[in-house]
Design a protein around this ligand. Structure first.
Ligand SMILES: Cc1ncc(COP(=O)(O)O)c(C=O)c1O
Length: 356
């Protein structure tokens, strides 16, 4: 019996040969070339300010209307941003409202911060505001993620505005994970606004800089900011100074860099979605990010068979709180996507029908 695949970490480091990976959420497109200028001229590696380089925070503030540099803390990716923010917010709440399905770290981050996750169920990837409001009872912290991982869904602006009004009315700390904000196919991002909104973002997806680990939290809440900086000063301290300089350069690149990459993402999305519909799979068309989330009969077994017999990596929906689906990332080129779809077709025809 080959080893069971119990989490995404099973696939880390696997690749090469004829393996086709629809697993990783890591952009395969290049970062803006301008960032390498920073690498050449950067010579000092002293500790930097724990909150992040003033220059980078001032540049970030320009991206958010009405924002100020002191409202940002620069972190080791959105991952540290989430961790710091949840730990800082833990003095105000015992429960955190999360979407389901969710990005797989959310429940872990909430528990690590000493709180308990509570869930609002997405309907075909979309927020049902009544469900959100009903489940929010007893939670002083709530999280939304649009565009979403693993759903690829972009939430309707009308619903986002209702959530903003809800946060304002109830004083709920609203964490808005907007890491895919520049990867929307249908419209511009709607940045969440409000005194209690804490926006999380990073350079990992927009600028294909995952490994450099630069992200941030934007919040107007001075107490949360002070707590995050205090925790960070005893944990990771400053975020890598060279990486911050490279992130600064990324912000200086013309926005057309992002627009050009969107054409690539869109053509992959269309190809993969249409292929899956052609194969008779049940899925919605993603409006953002780079994931599709089709239904499968026995997804755990399908993921296992696809890996061991068809050399394809897919992620089990159960890891994201939906045990009826598999997640396919399309951070790989069209030729590989096409080959993967041939294998998927063979799997569906030869094995899948025999599943009970
Ligand atoms: C929704 C979401 N939030 C946060 C992260 C963490 O990103 P990073 O730490 O690379 O910035 C990811 C990574 O895939 C994600 O999909």
């Amino acid at each position: 019996m080959p080893p069971a695949i119990s989490s995404a970490s099973f696939f880390i480091g696997k690749g090469g040969g004829d393996l086709i990976s629809f697993g990783s959420g890591q952009p395969d497109l290049p970062p803006p070339q301008q960032i390498f200028e920073a690498q050449r001229r950067f010579k000092t590696f002293r500790y930097g300010p724990v909150q992040g380089e003033e220059k980078l925070r001032a540049a970030l503030a320009k991206e958010y209307p009405g924002a100020r540099a002191e409202e940002f803390v620069v972190t080791n990716g959105a991952s540290e941003a989430l961790d710091l923010l949840l730990r800082a917010a833990a003095t105000r709440s015992g429960k955190v409202l999360l979407p389901k399905p969710y990005y797989y770290s959310y429940p872990h981050n909430v528990r690590l911060a000493g709180m308990t996750p509570k869930y609002y169920r997405l309907r075909d990837g979309k927020i049902d505001f009544d469900e959100f409001e009903a489940q929010a009872k007893g939670c002083r912290v709530a999280l939304i993620n649009s565009p979403g991982n693993p759903t690829g869904s972009v939430q309707d602006i009308a619903v986002l505005k209702k959530i903003e009004a809800f946060a304002r009315r109830t004083g709920t700390i609203l964490i808005s994970d907007e890491i895919y904000k520049d990867l929307i196919y249908e419209r511009e991002n709607y940045p969440m606004k409000g005194e209690t909104v804490c926006t999380i973002n990073s350079f990992s997806k927009t600028y294909a800089m995952c490994g450099l680990r630069v992200g941030y939290v934007h919040t107007k809440d001075k107490d949360l900011m002070a707590k995050m900086v205090e925790i960070k000063s005893h944990t990771s301290m400053n975020t890598n100074v060279l990486a911050q300089e490279m992130a600064y350069e990324a912000l200086q690149t013309p926005k057309r860099h992002i627009a050009q990459q969107m054409k690539v993402w869109r053509s992959r999305r269309d190809y993969l979605y249409e292929s899956m519909v052609g194969l008779g799979l049940d899925l919605w068309k993603p409006e953002g990010a780079f994931y599709v989330f089709p239904k499968f009969k026995d997804p755990t077994r399908a993921m296992h068979d696809l890996f061991y017999r068809y050399h394809m990596i897919t992620y089990n929906g159960a890891w994201f709180g939906d045990p009826s689906r598999l997640r396919f990332s399309y951070a790989l080129d069209l030729a590989k996507i096409a080959k993967g779809m041939e294998r998927l077709e063979a799997f569906l025809n030869k094995e899948y029908r025999r599943y009970t």
